[in-house]
Ligand binder design. Structure first.
Ligand code: CUA
Length: 306
């Protein structure tokens, strides 16, 4: 995660302002440092020297040190305000609309125009604007993917907007940037910027009819999932329609588990199902009291959902 490696138009604009402020601050720091050094040498204590001439009520000095910072702030404000207006206007008309919902402690991503819902891993196409609408059902979170742009708060009862055009296909890490409770630090995300064809393939893969799991652990896992409390919170298309937790329809296509906390493998998913709070403090998902074997079966089923 780095703010000085911009991979979107928004991140580049922000870095541009950042650069201006840094250079101006560096210039001022050098001037102040040089002045300080001069004063230290010129007025250092010397044997026999009295106190230097005392200056009080020097109008020219007072006017100068009022006007100089005002000019500095003005010079910084002009490009800053320009960038704010450029990046806060209307998103381009052909932007891909995505609704981002911050939950304690995971991210939900809805693509209303594509009829796709996913969690914690957001796929977007390179070279096309994405317009995010940020909404939150519980407490204030903040959406932040440093290489793609600045933070934007996710505030319950208020819709915030953020748009940018990612430039380079890659996988970018993001993090909730507003303290939102015990597992705030465990609220990561991944943004996968795909080449346009790869994005089209990803969307198609999210919608394919899920195959019936082969007999064995995966089929047992599906049966356990379908008869347990899982269905009350999680949606798997054609199996369950809970809406409190992440949509798991294509869980197996994600690389990580529990908001980017660890790689998604049968072992980690089984450990998570056994005791979520052991891996993520204050996890909202309860332990279901499954045996190791049952948890592994469910994990095998979930990993196969792709
Ligand atoms: Cu969500 Cu911090």
């Amino acid at each position: 995660m780095s703010t000085v490696v911009p991979r979107s138009d928004l991140a580049r604009e922000i870095l541009h302002v950042y650069g201006i402020i840094t250079w101006i601050s560096l210039g001022i720091a050098l001037l102040v440092g040089a002045g300080l050094a001069w004063v230290l040498v010129r007025f250092r204590e010397r044997p026999g020297a009295g106190i230097p001439a005392q200056v009080r009520g020097h109008s020219l000095l007072e006017i100068s040190w009022t006007i100089a910072p005002a000019i500095v702030l003005l010079v910084i404000a002009i490009p800053t305000i320009q960038v704010i207006f450029r990046t806060q206007g209307q998103a381009p008309r052909d932007a891909l609309e995505i609704t981002v919902r911050g939950h304690q402690w995971w991210w939900e991503f809805q693509y209303p125009s594509l009829d796709v819902v996913t969690a914690n891993e957001l796929h977007v196409p390179a070279g096309r604007a994405v317009a995010l609408t940020l909404d939150g059902p519980d407490v204030i979170h903040s959406f932040w993917v440093p290489k793609l742009g600045g933070k934007r708060d996710v505030v319950p009862g208020r819709l915030n907007r953020l748009f940018f055009t990612p430039t380079t296909p890659d996988e970018y890490r993001g993090q909730c940037a507003e303290f939102c409770g015990v597992s705030h630090a465990n609220m990561g995300m991944r943004i996968v910027v795909d080449a346009p064809e790869a994005f089209t393939r990803w969307v198609a893969a999210q919608k394919v009819e899920l195959p019936e799991p082969a007999a064995g652990p995966a089929a047992d896992g599906k049966a356990i999932f379908a008869r347990s409390a899982c269905v009350g919170c999680h949606t798997i298309r054609g199996v369950s329609s809970g809406a409190l937790g992440p949509n798991l329809t294509t869980f197996g296509s994600r690389h990580t588990l529990a908001a980017g906390l660890m790689p998604a493998t049968v072992d980690t998913v089984a450990a998570w199902i056994k005791d979520p709070a052991a891996l993520k403090p204050d996890a909202k998902m309860p332990a279901l009291g499954l045996t190791d074997e049952q948890a592994r079966a469910v994990a095998t089923y979930l990993i196969g959902l792709k």
